[in-house]
Design a protein. Sequence first.
Length: 132
Amino acid sequence: YASMESPATSGDGTYDYFMDLPADDFAIQLIAQKSLPSIRTFAATVKLEDPLVLKTPLMKRPLYVLVLDTFNDIQLASDAKRAWMVQYDNGIEPWIRTVGSLQKTMQPIALWIDPCHNLLNTYPESINYYGR
C-alpha cells in the first residue's frame, strides 16, 4: 500500500489511503491490540516492513489493527490468508473482513505532542497512550 497515494486530509496517510478504498474490498486483519508498540513489534516479527496499522475505538480507548493487505476479490484474500498461515505457523489465524467494516469505526492516528511539546508525525514507541 506504500506506493499508493491519497490526498492527505486527516494528517494520517494510512487512514486517508484506507478510507479511499472501496468498502466492498476485503482486508486481512492479522491482529488487534491496545498497544501500538506491540503491533509494531509483531509486524517486525512477521517481516512487514511497511505495516498497515489502523486505529478504532474500544470503550473510549484505542484498539490498533494490523492489516496484512487488501483485495478486491474474496478468493484472492483467502489465498493470501492461507499462504500467510503456512509461512507463519504461529497459532494466529488472520480474519478476512470487508474494508467497509473497518472504515465504519476507523479514526486517524493523530499527531502527538511529546513531553517536550514537540509535534510528532507518528506515535512514538517510547510514549504511553492514556486515552487523553
